[in-house]
Design a protein around this ligand. Structure first.
Ligand code: BTN
Length: 250
């Protein structure tokens, strides 16, 4: 079972299991489009009829043998920083395999390799709004117990260790590591924001702002982790993204 640690993004979130589906990424994307689902919602299956790889490739995986798992992240990071997501997920997979006793490498941008053979792949499909990554459907295909790969340059945990592993236990372990790495991603931004906040012009002061065609007096109270300016306007807290208002200095 997953360790019930605070800040684990998968704690108390919906975790769907289906015996088969077209693609767990598509399944989760459909859930996201139809419902309000939270970060950490996940889907796993034993077989994908139309598994997707990067660059429109297919992801082929023997029935019941491997990990086919997708989950939702809502990082709200700038588009320019989205590569950090690839970094944290790749690192989490490498750490998970390390716990099993396997040393692997990340082949840029986010394929996991042992020697010259691929053991896991990641497909991140992001939804961008206002130049920020609002939601990302992250799909992981990890070859676990598959014994043969006809014509594929691939390997599995079984082939490397000659042992079979329990899919659910490995997924729970992955969830913990993903959560830890992902929270670190926010820490990197938090650190920078603390530094930035210390240098912020007008912090805790009343200033005049132009919002649309209106001139408004407000107190600057914070910078959010997403880089939004947080103001107190008439005792109400409101956040503004870059470009949606200007601070008047005259
Ligand atoms: C790649 O290396 O090309 C990425 C492969 C990603 C495969 C996973 S399996 C779970 C999720 N659902 C999909 O259809 N693809 C991803």
């Amino acid at each position: 079972m997953s360790k019930y640690t605070a800040n684990n993004i998968f704690n108390d979130k919906i975790s769907v299991y289906v015996t088969e589906c077209l693609s767990t990424n598509d399944f989760l994307t459909n859930l996201l489009k139809r419902n309000k689902i939270n970060e950490g919602t996940s889907v796993r299956t034993d077989y994908q009829i139309k598994g997707k790889g990067q660059r429109d490739n297919k992801w082929l995986s023997e029935k019941n043998s491997n990990i086919l798992f997708s989950f939702l992240l809502s990082p709200k990071i700038k588009v320019e920083n989205q590569f950090y997501l690839h970094i944290v997920i790749s690192i989490a997979i490498v750490k998970c395999l390390k716990k099993i006793g396997i040393d692997c490498k990340i082949k840029w941008p986010n394929d996991i390799y042992i020697g010259e053979k691929k053991i896991a792949g990641i497909l991140i499909e992001s939804f961008i709004f206002q130049r920020k990554v609002q939601n990302s459907v992250v799909g992981i295909g990890l070859n676990l117990n598959q014994k043969r790969f006809e014509g594929l340059n691939a390997t599995s945990v079984y082939k490397e260790t000659l042992k079979e592993f329990d899919k659910i236990k490995v997924i729970e372990n992955l969830k913990d590591l993903i959560s830890q790495e992902y929270n670190n991603l926010h820490k990197i931004f938090d650190k920078k924001i603390i530094e930035y906040r210390k240098l912020l012009y007008g912090l805790y002061e009343m200033k005049r702002f132009k919002i649309g065609s209106e001139i408004v007096k407000a107190k600057i109270i914070d910078i959010s982790v997403n880089g939004e300016l947080v103001l107190n306007i008439n005792n109400k807290q409101k956040s503004f993204s870059h470009g949606s208002l200007s601070l008047l200095t005259d």
